[in-house]
Design a protein around this ligand. Structure first.
Ligand code: PHE
Length: 437
């Protein structure tokens, strides 16, 4: 699970795909105000105690409440609305708080206590029991309890990750969920599935039920087949509609694994010669429905990455653009329409290397990226490891990272970047006890 980040050819899933301290500062922007003290984080009217697990950073807190998915002219919102209009009869939830409990984000979804997706280096924790949601699946349980049989939940999700044109610590997902009566699902689904072909979209699906991707023991194949068919049909039809104007699109379904669905699938689309993962989905684990008191139901769920789709559909080359407040970005889009983004002039980059000896052999790249992001902000476009060697005599390990700085909307000066790079060096030295070279 927690896969929907990497825009590159995705290798087939492993069984379970793996994936500063700040003292009393007050930050405020028109959209958001938050305060970090030694003992608590105050945000959105909540005071959340800090503890040893706390790692929320000013950078991510400043992104809360931007609500890109609710700005009518924003590509993320345009896609949300187009998808919502495809899923008629689904109740929509678009303003659930991104501050969730570990129960919501993990336990309710049967994610084991020792699962890597819970790790501190992958998530933003307020404390050991509260975090910024890492996926919209955190709200499946509340959705099931809302009394709606079909719903869509859209929101900002937060993950610590690497830095490049397609990764950003905040992105947007849409969760889809539908359940049926176990007794009548076959009949109901048949009535709903009307097939419309689109010659420009080719869908390849050779997934089957198997020991590796099993029907749950409490289900019969006769129940699961129509549910899986309905799920696939709904998503394929949605993609056909969204990509109606693309000359040529390849879509493929592959088998996947999520703790909260079985069987599970991922959908990839081919973009510029590479397979891009755009969603994960599957037949909901019956324990989840049972927990919500829905014992005689059977359901499907999906989680869709909206930036992914927007980058392809609108031709947006860099994920930071979604956060741009530059008029030249937003003014290009119209609610209800997909149109190609016209790049405004690209400013020259400024490249700086940083190398250091590690105090020991352990190294968490995400934590390093997080520090760089915190110090440099959106001016950092890419961080790449360019050298990694172990000294033959001392056995000490040395790393060299190349940081590419570039502003989306102005020229940067060498003096400015030198000052930022100096701060990065200082903070990296202090945070990780490395010896700078
Ligand atoms: N939450 C999963 C993710 O973020 C996607 C998913 C949603 C998978 C619903 C199955 C069902 O990767």
């Amino acid at each position: 699970m927690l896969l929907l980040r990497t825009v590159r050819a995705v290798h087939r899933p492993l069984p379970m795909p793996c994936r500063l301290s700040v003292v009393s500062r007050f930050y405020s922007s028109p959209a958001n105000a938050y305060e970090i003290t030694e003992t608590e984080t105050r945000v959105n009217g909540q005071s959340i105690p800090r503890d040893a697990q706390t790692n929320v950073s000013p950078t991510v807190l400043s992104r809360m409440n931007r609500n890109l998915h609710l700005q009518p002219q924003h590509p993320i919102s345009i896609i949300r609305q187009l998808i919502e209009s495809h899923f008629t009869g689904f109740k929509t939830f678009n303003d659930l708080s991104p501050i969730v409990s570990t129960r919501q984000n993990f336990d309710d979804l049967l994610i084991p206590l020792d699962h890597p997706s819970r790790s501190r280096s992958d998530n933003y924790y307020f404390n050991e029991s509260t975090l910024l949601r890492a996926h919209t699946s955190a709200h499946q349980h509340d959705g099931m309890r809302s009394g709606h049989e079909r719903f869509l939940i859209t929101g900002d999700v937060y993950r610590r990750d690497e830095i490049d044109a397609s990764h950003y610590p905040v992105f947007h997902q849409m969760e889809g969920f539908a359940y049926f009566d176990q007794a009548t699902v076959a009949k109901q689904v048949k009535e709903e599935m009307t097939h419309k072909d689109a010659p420009n979209v080719r869908v390849v699906d050779d997934t089957t039920f198997s020991d590796e991707n099993p029907v749950q023991q409490c289900h019969t194949q006769d129940m699961v087949e129509p549910v899986a068919a309905h799920l696939k049909h709904s998503l394929n039809a949605m993609l056909r509609k969204l990509f109606a104007d693309e000359p040529d699109l390849e879509v493929r379904w592959i088998q996947a694994y999520f703790p909260f669905t079985s069987p599970s699938y991922e959908v990839e689309i081919k973009y510029k010669g590479e397979w891009l993962e755009v969603l994960g989905c599957g037949v909901v684990r019956q324990e989840l429905l049972n927990q919500a008191g829905l014992h005689d139901k059977i359901g499907w769920a999906f989680g869709l990455g909206l930036e992914r789709l927007a980058m392809v559909l609108f031709g947006i080359p860099d994920i930071r653009l979604f956060w741009s407040q530059d008029e030249r970005f937003l003014s290009q889009f119209t609610p209800g329409h997909i149109q190609k983004f016209k790049a405004f002039s690209k400013y020259p980059p400024c490249i700086k290397d940083i190398s250091f000896w590690l105090p020991e052999n352990k190294w968490q790249e995400n934590n390093f990226c997080e520090v760089v992001r915190d110090v440099a902000g959106d001016i950092v476009e890419n961080v790449k490891l360019i050298d990694d060697f172990v000294h033959p005599k001392t056995q000490k390990r040395s790393l060299c990272y190349r940081i590419l700085y570039r502003s989306m909307d102005r020229n940067v000066t060498h003096e400015e970047i030198n000052a930022i790079q100096d701060r990065v060096r200082d903070v990296v030295e202090k945070e990780f006890a490395v010896t700078l070279r």
